[in-house]
Design a protein around this ligand. Sequence first.
Ligand SMILES: Cc1ncc(C[n+]2csc(CCOP(=O)(O)OP(=O)(O)O)c2C)c(N)n1
Ligand SMILES: [Mg+2]
Length: 569
Amino acid sequence: MNNYHDGGEAILEAFRNLDVDYVISSPGSEWPSLWEAMARQKRDGTAGPVYMDCGHEILAVTMASAYTHITGRMQAVILHAGAGLMQGSMAVSAARAMETPMVVMSGESLGYGETEFEPGSQWYRNLSIVGGPQRLLEPVVKWAQQVPAPETLYESVVRAGELAQRNPRGPTYLCVSMETMMHEWLKPDALRKAPPSPKFQPIPDEIDKIAALIAHAECPLISVENAGPDRGAFDALVELAELMSIPVVEGQGAFFANFPKSHDLYMGTNINPFLEETDLALLVESRTPWYPPSNTPKNAEIVAIGINPLKSHMVYQVMNADHYLEGDVAATLRLLTEALRRLGIDATKMSERRARWRAKHEEWCEGLRAAADDSVDRDVITVPLLMKTLRDVMPAETSYVDETIVHSGAIRDHAMWDDSLSFFRAPSGLGQGLGYALGVKLAMPERNVVMTIGDGTFMYNPVVPAIAFADEHELPLLIIVANNAKYAAMQHTHDQFYPAGTSITTNDYYGVNIKGPKYEEAASMVGGYGKLVRNPADLEPALREALKSIQAGKTAILNVNMPDKGALR
Ligand SMILES: Cc1ncc(C[n+]2csc(CCOP(=O)(O)OP(=O)(O)O)c2C)c(N)n1
Ligand SMILES: [Mg+2]
């Protein structure tokens, strides 16, 4: 009916001016005005975002999230009413925890058929939310708002997008009534592009003070959690660590790859052996460097470096920092490196220090090598064997997305990466991995994307819509279900709390066992390769077939028997 410009055009124009690449939707009946605008955009050949539908809100949000982490570009997610918000809220909360800018929108009706406008009776019967849908997302977004009128719609969307990109970055939510979306909108003559969020960096005095601390420290240590996937930060961290021969420990809950693992200053993910000796701890984009929170390095000064070191979305966080350097991580690290160069480097001291850490790194590598060698003769498939085989089979340009639980620590250890785009893990809860992996593939279609996922976790994911989306948009994933036929994490905690309890003595567990269907057969929905892999000898050939499948554009699923109990970190 409407062929004039209405609220849908205002929203799309705002997305264009926010430089959004994708509008990712789990659709609902409030969106025809936006769809009309999309159709006009295509008909008229206007440059603007690509629209994509997917069958689950968690996919929409996690895809947008992953895409933004990799490209640095904010995206838009449109959901349905309050229902869609509730379905997607776990992923929105994770996007908040990952400080991901994102504009989330959904609609409502104001008149319920009592005005000239007929939204459909479902809005009266089912869909409305007391207090407005924004109440549902308020606790997990950084800003939630209703658009009051057609005249303020365009600027409200731009504002939501600009706010999302400001520090601390995070998702924002806008609710728009259908009445507003379908009201005439007169496009103002000159609409500006929304400028990107400015970067900021610490002032020179602060940099010089910390540079002097680093220069004088006998045993400095870097703990990094989420500096990747920003390649600038990744490279700047390498440069600083190399200049001063500082060992680098990665956080156990890191979302990204932060340092090249083959580098002789990479020390793995266990900070404990370093806590006693270090006299200067540099926490780079770090949320939870040690555990329990009071387990701080007692003899060290602590410097927190990051764009937003104090995370207001966390309930409890003990940094114990003596100093903060707040600002863009790449810029801050580069400034520190320059300041240290100006102070002068004691080359002999640095090369002695480097030699010491090289030996420690070699020790760490040796532990992994030994585990990998040992895995070859076992009669079960273990993480070291899986990761070794993946290294042998997969091309170098492969990114890993992990959503396993008891296998996750070993997967993080045994995955090898040397660039910032090789490893991703979204924070809890379960169900986000496949969407996240699709977002990684969307951002880097040239890369192979391997998803490692627990059998229980696979069931928590929207498997059918994920595989369908992968097929429709030619974003094939290689999915490896680490199948121990249980929620092993639950068993671990049960045994820990009740080591002589009835469950353990009678082998009668609750919340643990999974019968499990033939997960691998899900690949056949799209003509992809699926295989149950029981024995170590079958793993490599199956992986090679799976690689062929994704190279032909077809998602592959290996259902891999991995009975070992793993560990909880
Ligand atoms: C949405 C959500 N529901 C429930 C949980 C609790 N939970 C944490 S780990 C886990 C078990 C996952 O099972 P699986 O993927 O098989 O991994 P395993 O424990 O066997 O290593 C569950 C249910 C969660 N983290 N998120
Ligand atoms: Mg399991």
